[in-house]
Ligand binder design. Structure first.
Ligand code: IPD
Ligand code: CA
Ligand code: CA
Length: 258
């Protein structure tokens, strides 16, 4: 595991270096499917470097990465990469964005790293060994009073695909009187639940690269991650609910209230 961890951290820091180098500078911006779904040349530069680092050490491992897609090999190991999570923030010079890399072995997440180079915050978790922020152990919050919970969420780019509009769920939470933030990076949202800044996070339609690392980091920090109905979470699920565990059932009730 030590070598896998070293490669993960090297790839994460290399991408962080590239992100920081271009942050608030000049770079090309393209649009993906939707007009507000952006990709910059920095996403691609960071992704290329991450894959180079992984491939140099593990040429036979599978990789899924947001911009390049799937590079599948007959391997038990799968790297799940978001070269920049929070690209819209990045494109506007908002320092809430990060690189996020998770590693699966035989379908289970075993390592995860999320690094925001602008804040110099590196979140890391290894299955069964806890979660850290810049090397110091982190834990989810201890707030068990749902009425005072501090929440964070995000909205999908593809609103129209939903029969139950995410805004309805947003409304239910806001009408509970809870303070809710929208940062623009799901990986950071998850990590900020893991280190206790927020008590909970929910979002529809996240992709595996948004959540893989952050999911493990929340769980290893003592939190709970499920779908909106409370089913055990899988990074391919379309609903993500992550909390400190103590307010989880209350969140499920409110999200599903009709
Ligand atoms: C996005 C961010 C955002 C979330 C979107 C994601 P990207 O990822 O995580 O917070 O609301 O659903 O797609 O496009 O910046 O990598
Ligand atoms: Ca993302
Ligand atoms: Ca991205």
């Amino acid at each position: 595991m030590t070598e896998l961890k070293e490669v993960l951290l090297e790839a994460t820091k290399e991408a962080g270096r590239i992100i920081l180098q271009y942050f608030d500078g000049v770079f090309k911006i393209d649009h993906k499917e939707g007009i507000n779904n952006l990709v910059t040349e920095v996403d691609k530069l960071a992704e290329t470097r991450i894959i180079e680092v992984i491939r140099a050490a593990y040429p036979r491992h599978s990789i899924i990465s947001e911009e390049i897609g799937e590079l599948m090999k007959p391997s038990d190991y799968k790297w799940i990469i978001d070269p920049i999570d929070g690209t819209v923030n990045f494109a506007h010079g908002v320092p809430i964005c990060c690189v996020s890399i998770g590693l699966m072995h035989e379908g289970n997440l075993i390592l995860g790293a999320v690094y925001n180079p602008m804040m110099n915050e590196l979140f890391f978790a290894e299955k069964g060994k806890g979660a850290t922020l810049n090397g110091n152990p982190i834990k989810v919050s201890s707030n068990n009073n749902f009425k005072t919970a501090f929440m964070v969420t995000g909205f999908p780019y593809n609103w129209s695909e939903y029969t139950e509009h995410p805004i309805k769920v947003f409304e239910r939470i806001v009408l509970e009187g809870l303070p809710v933030r929208r940062l623009g990076s799901a990986a950071i949202d998850l990590c900020w639940v893991a280190c206790g800044r927020f008590d909970g996070f929910w979002e529809f339609n996240l992709k595996p690269w948004d959540c893989a690392a952050g999911y493990l980091i929340v769980e290893e920090a003592g939190g709970r991650v499920t779908t909106f109905s409370g089913k055990e979470y899988d990074v391919f699920d379309k609903e993500t609910l992550a909390t400190n565990g103590l307010i989880h059932e209350d969140m499920i009730k409110v999200i599903n209230r009709r």
